[in-house]
Design a protein around this ligand. Structure first.
Ligand code: ADQ
Length: 448
């Protein structure tokens, strides 16, 4: 069998794989023999058109450098200021510029040329995420006939939202060069099918297939997952190592963990927590919220705005409600080691996973996997996270409705043990069965 070649924007650079996706693919790449290709973490004035091998680790890794101009147009520009907001329904944040698109296409073309030099005819290619949409098209132009699959980690936009993209038809045409397009949820499959038909001019066939020249391709949902058994063990071990005094007796803890991104609904969550405190004076001093949000994509204006807004709101809520023994919101703006996170999830009574739009959301799955089945916490989950199609035993909320979210917080705090156990059991069974190995195997089997 040929090798598996995975491509993503960033190459995992650490020697030991960590993080769901990397672990899942590391197994597959190690077993079958394969390569992971992505950008390095250094910018170079005139990047060379060849890969550098990264030593160590259980599978082969090939890195390539970007120039500062490429980083600006391809990454900060078209990927993060056009595709990311568009795919999350934020057409108001679009920053459409010709040089962004030109830079994005140029990086993908350059990558295709480099890849062609190391490609063998029976290699299978698995492209990850919105940074590399045109890669199959660019490889086909150069004559590659390999099987190629694409997995989108974000939501797929509605046809209406996609109309805001001047090159929407071109984006659909890029996808038509893959044999398989994988998405996170049925919602995304529907949107993608509709967009391919309405904007790309494709014909929908039976069984999740469409026809768009030059081929027939399959569009299907492969909800990404975690290694739930491994995460449960990690949380069990780590909860005992949490700092003294973090969880006080008789106090309840809510937790939120998200990159500081405008899609994650952190301001709305803070407002809902404020609403809850407004309504329930009897809960003052008895419940607090830890929000862990490392900044990302600094330098893109919308990210500076979200940082200011969340800092302002947490300050305002603390100013209104705090007293000398109690701070309602602890807002932490840095990454936390994975094992500490696992312990924190297990120590928390409630997780607030309330994105305005999210492909899947792995925090929701990690929180469930980390719980003590005898005394599990409650997951409050946005209806707009892809995870809500699977985690039907969560308390589902509309993140735009602070009153409904405040009510859900009260429901979660008052939820009887038996109901918490029943809901947790249902979700945990699903996570153990449909874990990250199930996910990667499912995609690769479908790719053929
Ligand atoms: P993200 O938008 O990054 O991923 P998510 O799925 O929640 O969102 O994954 C974040 C990961 O980072 C989790 O494993 C989490 O534990 C970790 N993390 C978050 N905050 C952290 C912190 N402060 N410290 C340490 N670790 C932290 C994109 C899509 C999602 C999709 C994933 C995978 O936007 O919808 O689920 O890819 O496909």
């Amino acid at each position: 069998m040929g090798r598996l070649i995975c491509l993503s924007n960033r190459l995992p650079l650490g020697p030991t794989p960590s993080g769901g996706l990397v672990v899942a693919l590391a197994d597959t790449l190690t077993e079958r023999g394969g390569v992971w290709i992505g950008t390095s973490d250094t910018l170079v004035e005139t990047p060379e058109n060849r890969f550098t091998e990264i030593e160590g680790g259980p599978f082969r890794r090939l890195a390539f450098d970007l120039s500062p101009e490429e980083q600006a147009s391809y990454y900060h520009g078209y990927a993060n200021s056009v595709l990311w907001p568009l795919f999350h329904g934020r057409t108001d944040l679009l920053d459409i510029r010709g040089d962004y698109l030109a830079g994005y296409k140029a990086v993908n073309r350059r990558l295709a040329k480099m890849l062609l030099q190391v490609l063998k005819p029976d290699d299978r290619i698995w492209v990850h995420d919105f940074h590399l949409l045109p890669l199959a098209h660019d490889l086909r132009v150069l004559g590659a006939q390999n099987r190629m699959g694409f997995f989108l980690h974000t939501p797929f936009p509605t046809p209406l939202a996609l109309q805001a993209l001047p090159n929407g038809p071109e984006l659909c045409a890029w996808l038509a060069h893959y044999e398989l397009v994988g998405l996170q949820s049925e919602r995304d499959v529907r949107n993608c099918m509709d967009a391919m038909v309405q904007i790309g001019g494709a014909t929908e066939l039976a069984g999740g297939f469409i026809h768009l020249e030059p081929r027939q391709l399959r569009i299907a949902a492969f909800p990404i997952a975690i290694d739930a058994a491994e995460f449960r063990t990690l949380a069990e071990e780590q909860v005992t190592k949490l700092p003294e005094g973090l969880v006080k007796p008789n106090r309840r803890l809510m937790i939120g963990v998200d990159r500081l991104d405008y899609t994650k609904g952190v301001p709305q969550r803070f407002r809902a927590f404020g609403e809850f405190l407004e309504r329930h004076e009897d809960w003052h001093r008895l419940v607090s919220l830890i929000q862990i949000s490392p900044p990302t994509r600094e330098g893109v204006p919308a990210y500076d705005d979200i940082r200011q807004e969340t800092e302002h709101l947490s300050g305002q809520i603390n100013g209104t409600f705090a007293d000398i023994t109690w701070t309602p919101i602890r807002f932490i703006n840095r990454p936390i080691p994975r094992e500490v996170l696992a312990g924190l999830y297990r120590a928390a009574d409630i997780a607030l996973v309330t994105p305005l739009m999210d492909g899947m959301n792995l925090v929701a799955k990690e929180f469930v996997a980390a719980q003590d089945p005898e005394d599990p916490g409650v997951l409050i989950l946005s209806q707009f996270a892809g995870a809500s199609e699977q985690l039907v035993d969560a308390l589902t909320v509309n993140p735009h409705d602070p009153e409904q979210m405040a009510t859900a917080m009260m429901t979660a705090l008052a939820m009887p043990l038996a109901e918490r156990q029943r809901r947790h059991e249902g979700m945990m069974q699903l996570l153990l069965k449909k874990d990250v190995h199930w996910w990667s195997k499912g995609f690769l089997t479908a790719l053929g």
